[in-house]
Design a protein around this ligand. Structure first.
Ligand SMILES: Cc1cc2nc3c(=O)[nH]c(=O)nc-3n(C[C@H](O)[C@H](O)[C@H](O)COP(=O)(O)O)c2cc1C
Length: 199
């Protein structure tokens, strides 16, 4: 990994067939097939640096990361289990395998600021962070998946995660080593989605 470029450094645009190939073939991995090893601490630091390198109108940094690792992630999952089973919600209790199985989860938190930049744009920037993190993890040779699930939307769960008023979960990015390669999914056909504006 190159070190972070210094502020104002020239960053020439160069064609990168390797990146095009990566984008053409990359695929998220089912979270329940993700196992050890997780990224090492220095790899995680690199991943977060790459994830934070996204378009951000007004340089507001309207997002932050909460890392859930190993026993701490297990303790968070146990809190979620207590929340859902306390309500007698067996279905939600059983839906935690995607969070519990992978060795690492990074919660990307949308933290919109009061600013001239519309909140919508700040939220979109948090989505870009999730996407960049998934892609960076895959490019580093790990499997990754962006999920939300009920605990991204449940106020007790987000309080347990440590969210402040006004913050929302953009996604849990689950990362680990895939036990099996992901299979291609159906993809939309871009021509079906495109119109050309005409005056
Ligand atoms: C905002 C968002 C939330 C998602 N939440 C879930 C989820 O809760 N559970 C799930 O199984 N998949 C969820 N997904 C879908 C997975 O990430 C899915 O694996 C992904 O769309 C596959 O994309 P890819 O094959 O292009 O990498 C979510 C996707 C997005 C964009």
């Amino acid at each position: 990994m190159p070190p972070p470029p210094s502020f104002g450094a020239a960053l020439p645009i160069k064609a990168s067939p390797e990146v095009l190939r990566f984008l053409a073939l990359r695929r998220s991995t089912s979270a329940v097939t993700l196992t050890e090893p997780a990224p090492e601490p220095n790899q995680l630091a690199d991943l977060l640096r790459l994830a934070a390198r996204v378009p951000d109108h007004g340089k507001l940094t309207p997002w932050r990361f909460i890392v859930l690792l190993g026993a701490d992630k297990a303790a968070f999952a146990a809190r979620l289990e207590a929340i859902s089973s306390g309500r007698g919600d067996i279905l939600q209790t059983g839906k935690l395998a995607k969070l519990k199985t992978p060795p690492l989860a990074v919660a990307v938190i949308s933290t919109p600021k009061v600013a001239a930049i519309p909140e919508w744009e700040q939220v979109l920037s948090a989505g870009a962070v999730c996407s960049a993190l998934v892609q960076a993890a895959i490019a580093m040779g790990f499997g990754a998946n962006w999920i939300t699930d009920w605990y991204s939307y449940d106020s007790q769960a987000t309080t347990a995660l440590g969210l402040e008023t006004g913050e929302r979960v953009a996604g849990f990015v689950l990362i680990g080593t895939p036990r099996e390669p992901p299979l291609e999914r159906e993809r939309p056909s871009p021509p079906d989605l495109v119109t050309y504006w005409k005056p």
